[in-house]
Every structure is written in C-alpha cells, then in structure tokens.
Design a protein around this ligand. Structure first.
Ligand code: PGU
Length: 401
C-alpha cells in the first residue's frame, strides 16, 4: 500500500476545535437535559447586517442574468482588490499586491508552500494553532527537529513580557507568525513594538506573516491595525486578513492576503510572483457571491455595519470580562479583541474546561490548545447571542468557591 505522509504522523492527535466539539457532544449525550452555551470556538452568531446582506443577494441575483453572470474570478475582482487597498491601506498597494482568498485560514495553510519544509518557523506562544499545525503538515517539524535547520520554535508572549516576544529569538532567514490582536490573549502590539519587530525581522532576514483577522476590533486609535503602518514592513512582511470576524462571513468565506512586490527571497526572486503562481495553480478564486458581499462591506454603509457588529461582540466581551473578574479570576483581553484570556494558576486547562462544562454547561477553549504558555488558561469567546452570553455569565458564578 501507499505510504502515509510522515508529516501527518507529527501532527497532534486532533485539531483543537473539533476536539472541543467532540467533548461537547459527549457531555450533551450524557446530559440530554443540559442547555449548553458555547463561548468556545470563535464562530460568529449574529445575522449579516442589511447593506452587506443586500450585496450578497444582489451578487447571487446577477449570476442569473446574461449581463451579470461571471465564472472563475482567479485572483479576485479588480474592484474588490482596489477597494481593500483604498479602505485598509490608504491605497498603498496595487491590485496585484492584494490577493482575494476564501478566508485567512486557507491562505495561512497555503502560504507555507512558498518556503518549503526546511524553513525554520517561530510562533507566538500562545497563538492560533493553525500556524503550528500547518507548519508541521508542510514538514517543518519531524525530520528537521534538532538538526538546527527547520523546526518550530515557540516564543513566549505572556504577562511577564507584555505579550511581546524576545526578538533576539526570531529565526534567522525563517518565518515568524505574528497575530495582533492576538488570538487567544487579545493583546495588541503597539506602534513601537511593531517597529521593533520590523527592524529585527529586517536584520535577521525573517519573514513575518502578520495575521490581522481581528484588526476591526481595535478601538484604541493609537494601536496599529496593520503591519504595513510600519515603515519598512513591505520588505519583510505578508499580511493575512478576513471578512469573517468583522462582517460575519465565517460561513460565507472571504479574505485577502497582501504580498508586497518589494518582498524578495534571499536570491532576489519575487515572493509576489510566486504567490500569484501558487494561487493560480491550486486555488480558483473566492466565490463571486462572497466578493459581491465584500464590495458592499467596503462601502460607507458597509463599514458602519462592520463597526456596529464588532461593537456588539465587544459588548459581549465586556460582560464576560466583568463576570470573570467578579469571581476574582485574573483576565486580559476583550477591549480590542473578542477574546478573554483568564488565568487559573496551577490548574490544567483541560481540567478547568471540563469543570466549567460540568458546573456551568458553558463550553470554553482550554489555553493549552494554543501552545505551552497557554497551560492554566481558559479562552472565552465573545461570539454569541446577547441572551446566551448573559446567561453564561450568570452561570459562571457557580465556579465560585
Ligand atoms: N486567523 C485567526 C487569528 C483566527 O483566530 C481565525 C479563526 C482565522 C484566522 C480564520 O479566519 P477565516 O478567514 O475565517 O479563515 N479562529 C477561530 C475559529 C477556529 C478555526 O479553526 O479557525 C478561533 O476560534 O480561534
């Protein structure tokens, strides 16, 4: 028989979120009367707001007309690429530097094809598990471990270092995944920190993959929403972003990746040209209906709706944070991000997850799933209907004592 890709054997048993869903199902099967509330996976719950929704509906309707019909859209609608550049990057990028995707996660997975198995990879610890699992799948762990070549390193980003890594640990000529606002801690890097990151990346030849999926949750106007607000980032960074969390497109599927033309490999070749080649080969473009929705989202009414939707989830985050703090539990996040990161000193995070499920019938996410530094933490997601979040907050008081 055919041999299994050895990289798959190096991946952790199950992807974090399906594992949580499995535990929820097991609990529900054993307690059919329980009304379980999820503050677990960061999945949007509120209806898409009217202007953006009309864009989606109109996009679908157009497909039923001779004039409006469209087929494959390859790298994405020109108007959408230009619109993203205008709205989020002050038109600093040409349309050829903005690639429309079916979501940030999908591009995070595909991006590693640019670099291959031998590239050393570093991640913030804790961070979104796809950075590590995706790197393992491409072969960055396993055979390379301990050889001084390739491999994955975890850079602690905890309260002790203001959630910002020791930049001397950046992998030389490697990749560094950086997410701000961070999932799960909610920490947002300030302008000085991002400036230091760009300077260190340039010095060490590190390419930063900057995940800005939660940028629209930033409410502090002094905090940067994009790494490209920092001078020099064009030569050392790629940014992934998404309509999922700001516009409620988790199921619609639409995102984008910025690959500047100034970004070059060690040999001087264009990363942008390679990314265009990869996307053209293994990706046939995002849904044209989703892109019509994206266009509506970029109009002024759409942007107002994005603000409104993020404000709603931030309102949930505030309630959760108050409830958790009210129990005397230390927590951060929730002010510029939809996640609350709560500390349970000395406890195993899967055990705390089980306790919260058992006592409160509330699903959370155990911090250990985001990396070693997440042990003893729980992530609460603020994505939920208001009544459910309020009910969950009331139930959390059962953790007292
Ligand atoms: N980047 C970050 C930092 C994320 O947290 C998520 C979703 C994504 C990208 C995915 O964006 P898409 O554009 O929708 O692909 N994180 C959620 C959902 C879990 C998952 O597996 O993606 C979470 O709960 O962490």
């Amino acid at each position: 028989m055919i041999k299994r890709n050895p990289s798959i054997a190096n991946i952790k048993a199950g992807y974090l979120f399906p594992e949580i869903a499995k535990r929820r199902r097991e609990y529900a099967a054993a307690h059919p009367e329980a009304k379980i509330i999820s503050l677990g996976v960061g999945n949007t719950t509120e209806p898409i707001l009217p202007h953006i929704d009309r864009g989606l509906v109109e996009g679908a309707r157009q497909l039923g007309t001779v004039e409006g019909y469209s087929g494959y859209s390859d790298e994405g609608l020109l108007s959408l690429r230009e619109g993203i550049s205008r709205v989020f990057y002050k038109s600093a990028f040409t349309a050829e530097e903005i690639f429309i995707s079916d979501g940030a996660k999908c591009d995070i997975g595909r991006l590693q094809l640019l670099f291959g198995a031998g590239t050393p990879v570093a991640v913030q610890d804790p961070s979104y598990p796809v950075y590590v699992d995706g790197s393992v799948l491409i072969g960055a762990a396993g055979a390379w471990a301990g050889t001084g070549y390739g491999g994955i390193s975890y850079l602690p980003c905890t309260a002790e270092n203001d959630y910002f890594p020791d930049l001397s640990l950046l992998p030389e000529n490697g990749l560094f995944y950086f997410c701000s606002p961070n999932n799960p801690t909610g920490a947002v890097a300030n302008r000085k920190q991002l400036g230091d990151l760009v300077a260190a990346a340039q010095k060490k030849g590190t390419l930063v993959i900057f995940d800005a999926a939660y940028a629209e949750y930033i409410r502090d106007p002094t905090l940067p929403k994009s790494i490209f607000e920092i001078e020099g980032a064009r030569t050392c960074a790629i940014e992934v972003n998404s309509f999922s969390k700001p516009a409620g497109f988790t199921g619609v599927r639409l995102g984008w990746t910025v690959v500047p033309k100034d970004l070059k490999y060690a040999g001087g070749e264009s990363v942008n040209a390679d990314w265009a080649r990869i996307c053209g080969t293994i990706f046939n473009g995002a849904s044209n209906i989703a892109q019509a929705g994206g266009l509506a989202a970029l109009e002024s009414e759409g942007l107002k709706e994005i603000r409104e939707l993020c404000d709603f989830y931030l309102g949930n985050a505030k309630l959760i944070r108050q409830a958790v703090q009210g129990l005397g539990i230390t927590c951060v996040g929730g002010d510029n991000s939809p996640y609350i990161w709560a500390r349970f000193p000395g406890r195993d995070s899967w055990e705390v997850f089980a306790e919260i499920l058992e006592k409160c019938q509330v699903v959370t996410t155990p911090g250990a799933g985001f990396g070693p530094a997440g042990q003893s933490f729980i992530r609460f997601s603020a994505f939920g209907h208001r009544a459910d979040v309020e009910e969950a907050c009331t139930r959390l008081s059962k953790l007292r004592g």
